[in-house]
Design a protein around this ligand. Structure first.
Ligand SMILES: NC(=O)c1ccc[n+]([C@@H]2O[C@H](COP(=O)([O-])OP(=O)(O)OC[C@H]3O[C@@H](n4cnc5c(N)ncnc54)[C@H](O)[C@@H]3O)[C@@H](O)[C@H]2O)c1
Length: 275
């Protein structure tokens, strides 16, 4: 019996087998969860996500289109989930977007209004919209789920806390996402709701979204040198921490941002390069 046996939920954000969401889904499945997925209706995303999900050993995946910039599209995902599964235990929000032309050093002050708004909308507001749609389903109970409640988690990066040149508007969006996590945690954590909301702040990782950030190679190199553990975190480590946050193991934890970054964020002034 796994830590997630008997729990079911939706993972937003698998693009391929490199996505952080893929590793989160992998750990959830290993721990016995029943997992459904969404894909961004663009290009060959449906095929790509379907192919990745099959590698997790799910032959007939629950796979639904979702453009998270559209509230109706989000609601349609949860309506379909309710029709097919009835109740919901967890949601993984692992999506973000910002125009990569502005994810370059010295480009933050040039960010146009629409680029700024779109980054915050896609990368932070979508968590509010998802939690609103998830809440009624998390309140429902059935034969296997006897207590109302649930858990949501999302993905951030250190650039939301401190300036990381080139991360720019995405850093502002992550700051917004982390504080959105806290406000949602307060309202949804009330005893009649019993829904927890937490965040993982993970290290740099070469994914589709990661490739759009100018200077990703330098961020990885710097983390390998400056972090406590002298390495980057793995996708599996993020996946296993997500299991903790979505399982009953973390029943007293909400509104937190847990760093899974091999001890990078705790270091103020790293040793001199020669040491
Ligand atoms: N890669 C890194 O270095 C890194 C580090 C820390 C945190 N993160 C965060 O992890 C999360 C996942 O990113 P990733 O690095 O795995 O990259 P990824 O490209 O694999 O995943 C990003 C996902 O966002 C989805 N998405 C974008 N716009 C969307 C929209 N409008 N509607 C629905 N889905 C949309 C994409 O389809 C994709 O599946 C993001 O929040 C990202 O900021 C990434």
């Amino acid at each position: 019996m796994g830590l997630m046996t008997g729990k079911k939920g939706i993972v937003f954000g698998v693009a391929n087998e490199r996505s952080y969401a893929y590793f989160i889904a992998q750990s959830l499945v290993q721990q016995g969860a029943e997992v459904g997925f969404t894909f961004l209706p663009m290009g060959k995303m449906e095929q790509r996500v379907g192919k990745a999900v099959k590698k997790l050993g799910i032959d007939e995946p629950w796979l639904v289109s979702c453009d998270a910039n559209d509230d109706e599209s989000i609601q349609a995902v949860f309506d379909k989930w309710e029709a097919d599964h009835g109740t919901l235990d967890f949601v993984v929000h692992s999506i973000a977007f910002a125009d990569k032309d502005y994810l370059r050093p010295d480009m933050f002050h040039k960010t146009p209004r629409d680029v700024y708004k779109n980054a915050i909308d896609t990368s932070a507001y979508t968590l509010v919209a998802m939690s609103r749609s998830a809440l009624p389903l998390m309140q429902k109970t059935d034969g296997t789920k006897t207590t109302p409640g649930g858990a949501l988690m999302n993905m951030s990066y250190y650039g939301g806390e401190k300036v990381t040149p080139g991360y720019n508007i995405m850093g502002v969006a992550k700051s917004c996402l982390e504080h959105t996590t806290r406000y949602l945690a307060y309202e949804l954590g009330q005893p009649d709701r019993n829904v927890r909301v937490n965040c993982i702040s993970a290290g740099p990782f070469k994914t589709l979204a990661g490739a759009g950030v100018g200077g990703m190679d330098k961020m990885i190199e710097y983390q390998e040198w400056a972090s406590s553990m002298k390495r980057c975190n793995t996708g599996e480590e993020v996946g296993d921490t997500a299991v903790y946050l979505l399982s009953d193991l973390s029943s007293g934890v909400t509104g937190e941002t847990i760093h899974v970054d091999a001890g990078f964020s705790i270091v103020g002034v790293p040793p001199h390069k020669d040491e």
